[in-house]
Design a binder for this molecule. Structure first.
Ligand SMILES: *Cc1c(COP(=O)(O)O)cnc(C)c1O
Length: 372
């Protein structure tokens, strides 16, 4: 059975009439950039995350960048993050004028290793950006403790973790600010680019509102150097509609992950994703690890099964970041995972037969006996 890596059509078809209706409302209202639809979505998303504020912005990358700026991070500061992430996390730190410093990831959860964080802190360290990779919240308790001891701001990169939880609290609500992307393929996706920062802190929220709108504290009064990072009214209306389905969609992803787990538990040669204690995974990405992923790639290509590799080259080895002076071997866990990861199809509409086809291809590739 042919299985796409992600199925956008299946995701949107059932709600198409409703999408057309809410987009029509925005057209009639003329509220295209910012405005009442954005304000409504901000309220709903803050409530969803369990934070007092949400500030809608243009993308996840801008959410990270503006959150750093709003929290006072700038030139001369060091910000610790992980090399196993999408490049945007590191870009945002650089755009804020700060220097990215890397801590390795934990081999079981693929999120920041708190011990590694502790080792790279210097007198110039001002902030830490844990990444909730694949939809699993990083081990925030020790990270927050270390941050407190060293007076560091904590900015969560929750771009892959809408609705994920850590000890009963939602991703994005644990640090000083939580940054989300609504890129179409994320668990909560717009019809284009969009993002948001959530925070409990009123002052951070008002700084963000200034920064995203040209630093304007009132019409024609520019109190800080800002940027244009407003969310579109159409995106906000679409996101409000989709937010109502997010819980059940994340629940479906968890069911699919459990089905993969059952189907692959006996396969030798692959490491299945694990959920750390106290965590509720949002399964944005379902990544296996294989010592040699080539047979899996061949089997998926043969069976017309979509797959992804998140991420084949850790950020510290990307050409753009050579300037940081890292070499192979600096972050062994991130590098090992980068060479072993392969992501299976994962989306709420994934059918049980599709999961079985994918599992069968994995079993064949790994040379284990098929149980069918
Ligand atoms: C998607 C993503 C981003 C960037 O979000 P955009 O909306 O594409 O700018 C940042 N960090 C991580 C971990 C992501 O997956």
């Amino acid at each position: 059975m042919k299985v796409p890596f992600i199925d956008m059509k299946a995701r949107h078809a059932p709600l198409k009439a409703e999408f057309m209706r809410v987009i029509g409302q925005v057209i009639d209202s003329g509220a295209f950039a910012g405005g009442p639809y954005v304000e409504r979505f901000e309220k709903e998303f803050a409530q969803f995350c369990g934070t007092r504020h949400a500030v809608a912005v243009g993308s996840g990358t801008e959410a990270l960048w503006l959150a750093l700026v709003a929290l006072g991070i700038g030139p001369g500061d060091e910000v610790v993050t992980v090399p196993m992430t999408f490049a945007a996390t590191v870009e945002a730190i650089c755009l804020a004028g700060a220097k990215p410093v890397f801590a390795d990831i934990d081999e079981r959860t693929y999120t920041m290793d708190p011990e590694s964080l502790e080792q790279v802190i210097t007198p110039r360290t001002r902030a830490v950006v844990p990444v909730h990779l694949f939809g699993q919240v990083a081990d925030m308790e020790p990270i927050l403790r270390i941050a407190e001891n060293h007076d560091l701001r904590v900015i969560e990169d929750a771009a892959q973790a809408h609705g994920a939880e850590y000890r009963g609290r939602r991703a994005g609500s644990l640090g000083d600010a939580g940054c989300f992307s609504f890129y179409p393929a994320k668990n909560l996706g717009a019809f284009g680019d969009a993002g948001a920062v959530v925070t409990q802190d009123e002052e951070t929220a008002s700084k963000l509102r200034l920064l995203r709108d040209h630093g304007q504290s009132g019409k024609n009064r520019h109190t800080v150097i800002g940027w244009n990072s407003r969310m579109d009214g159409i995106q906000a209306a679409v996101l409000s509609l989709k937010l109502r389905h997010l819980e059940e969609e994340n629940e479906a992803r968890r069911r699919h992950a459990a089905a993969y787990h059952r189907a692959l538990a006996e396969v030798s040669g692959v490491i299945l994703p694990r959920t750390g204690p106290g965590r509720r995974h949002a399964h944005h990405i379902y990544a296996l690890r294989a010592l040699d992923r080539r047979p899996l790639v061949w089997a998926f290509d043969e069976a017309e099964i979509g797959y992804g590799i998140h991420y084949p080259v850790p950020v510290h080895l990307q050409p753009a970041y050579r300037i940081l002076g890292h070499k192979r071997g600096d972050f062994p866990v991130a590098e090992r995972c980068a060479s072993q990861f392969i992501s299976l199809p994962m989306y709420p509409e994934l059918a049980p037969e599709a999961i079985e086809s994918v599992a069968e291809a994995v079993r064949q590739a790994c040379g284990s006996l098929s149980v069918v």
